[in-house]
Design a protein around this ligand. Structure first.
Ligand code: CP3
Length: 355
C-alpha cells in the first residue's frame, strides 16, 4: 500500500488534493477542512478592504474578489478556497433589482409573484458575469494546488428571496404561491435553475475544481413538498455540471437527506442537527461534508476541541469526510478559534482507524 503524508506541501494539481480525493470518495487519513463563509465575515482584513465598497459591487471587481477569496487560505491554511461572490450575483446580472443590505441579506426592489414578473428572469448570458470568469482564472493561477470551490444558490433558496422580497422566517408567500399556482411555481424555479446552472458553468469553465449548491432554506419544506416542488429543479442544476464534483448542502434537511443526495450530489452537506455517523446511514456510500455548529465557536476552547474530535470520529463512518461547519461562519466569530479548528483537524491524521 502507498502511504501519503497528508500534511506535506500541497500537490501542484488541485485534482490530486486531499479535498478532491475526499470528493471522489477516497478515504483520507485526515479530513480536508474549509468553512462555508470563510471569505469575508469575521476577517478584519476583509472589513478593511471592503470599506466604502457595497457588497455586490465588490463581487464585480476581480481584484477584490481574488484578494478576499485568498485571505482565509493565507490566514488559516484551509484545504480549499471558496469563491467570494453571492448567490444573488447572477440574478442582479440578468437585471433583477436586488441588493444585499448589511446585517439583513438580499432585498428586492420589487418581489416576483406573478406571471408578468417572470419576464424579469431572463436567461443569464456568460458575458454578463465576465468579472466572475476573470476572477476565477486569476484565482486558479494564484492558488496552485489548492482547489477553488465555485457555488450557486439552489432554486428554492433563490426563489424564496425573489418571492418574499427579502429574508423570511416562515417563507409563507413562497409556500402559498407554490401550492396555489404550481404551474407558475415550476416556471419560476425552472428559470432560476437555468440562471444558477449558467453561473456554475462560467465558474467551472474558468477552472473551479468543484461546486457547491447552497439550499439554505430548503429545511423550511416537508420532504413531500421538497420532492414535488423543488427536487426536479435542483436536479436540473446539478445534472448540468460536468467534470467536477458537486456538493449539495441544505440547512434543516436531515429529514430528506436521501432526496438531497439523489438530486445529483457527489458529496452531501450536513448541518449540525444530525451526527455524521447517522447521516452516513441515511445516504450510504456518499462522502459527507460538515458539521460543527457555527454557534459553538464562541464556547470555551475545550468544548470546541471536543466537538472537532467527535465530528472527525463520526465522519469516519462515511466513505470520506470533508470537515466544515454545519452552516456558515457567523459574523462575530473569533478568527483565532477558526485557526485552531483548522490546526486540530489537520493534526487528526492517523488518530484512529477507519470503522
Ligand atoms: O462562503 C464564502 O465565504 C464565499 C462567499 C459567499 C457569500 N455569500 C459572501 C457574502 C457565499 C458562498 C455566499 C452564499 C450565500 N449568500 C448564501 C448561502 C449560504 C448561507 O450562508 O446560507 C445565502 C443565503 C446568501 C444571501 C446573503 N448574502 C445573506 C443571508 C447575507 C448576509 C447578510 C448579513 O450581513 O448578515 C449576504 C451578504 C454576504 N454574502 C456577506 C458575504 C461576505 C456579508 C456582506 C458584508 O460583509 O457586508
Amino acid at each position: 500500500t502507498v502511504t501519503y503524508d497528508e500534511n506535506a506541501a500541497a500537490p501542484a494539481d488541485p485534482s490530486d488534493s486531499l479535498f478532491a480525493r475526499a470528493c471522489r470518495g477516497e478515504r483520507t487519513s485526515r479530513p480536508p477542512v474549509w468553512f462555508m463563509r470563510q471569505a469575508g465575515r469575521s476577517l478584519p482584513e476583509y472589513r478593511r478592504l471592503r470599506e466604502g465598497v457595497p457588497m455586490l459591487e465588490s463581487c464585480t471587481r476581480p481584484d477584490m474578489v481574488t484578494e478576499i477569496t485568498l485571505q482565509p487560505v493565507r490566514r488559516y491554511g484551509v484545504d480549499a478556497a471558496i469563491f467570494y461572490s453571492d448567490i444573488v450575483v447572477p440574478l442582479r446580472a440578468v437585471g433583477v433589482d436586488v441588493d444585499v443590505k448589511p446585517g439583513v441579506g438580499p432585498v428586492l426592489g420589487r418581489p416576483i409573484r406573478s406571471r408578468a414578473d417572470l419576464d424579469l428572469l431572463r436567461p443569464l448570458e456568460p458575458g454578463e458575469v465576465s468579472f466572475v470568469d476573470e476572477a476565477v482564472r486569476a484565482l486558479v493561477g494564484e492558488l496552485g494546488g489548492t482547489p477553488l470551490i465555485g457555488f450557486a444558490g439552489a432554486p428554492f433558496t433563490l426563489a424564496s428571496y425573489l418571492v418574499e422580497g427579502g429574508p423570511s422566517k416562515h417563507h409563507e408567500v413562497t409556500k402559498a404561491l407554490m401550492h396555489s399556482d404550481p404551474e407558475l411555481w415550476h416556471e419560476l424555479l425552472s428559470r432560476v435553475a437555468g440562471i444558477s446552472a449558467m453561473f456554475l458553468d462560467v465558474q467551472v469553465r474558468a477552472g473551479a475544481s468543484a461546486v457547491q449548491l447552497f439550499d439554505s432554506w430548503a429545511g423550511a419544506l416537508s420532504a413531500a413538498d421538497y420532492a414535488k416542488y423543488v427536487h426536479p429543479h435542483s436536479a436540473e442544476v446539478l445534472d448540468s455540471v460536468i467534470d467536477v464534483p458537486r456538493i449539495h448542502f441544505g440547512v434543516g434537511t436531515s429529514e430528506f437527506l436521501p432526496l438531497m443526495a439523489s438530486a445529483g450530489a457527489d458529496v452531501v452537506g450536513v448541518d449540525w442537527r444530525l451526527p455524521l455517523d447517522e447521516a452516513a446511514l441515511r445516504v450510504p456510500g456518499k462522502p459527507l461534508q460538515g458539521n460543527l455548529d457555527p454557534a459553538l465557536l464562541g464556547a470555551d476552547w475545550p468544548v470546541v476541541e471536543r466537538e472537532v474530535h467527535r465530528i472527525v470520529a463520526e465522519g469516519r463512518r462515511a466513505p470520506a469526510h470533508i470537515f466544515n461547519l454545519g452552516h456558515g461562519v457567523l459574523p462575530a466569530t473569533d478568527p483565532g478559534v477558526l485557526a485552531r479548528v483548522v490546526e486540530t483537524v489537520q493534526a487528526a491524521g492517523g488518530a484512529g482507524v477507519a470503522g
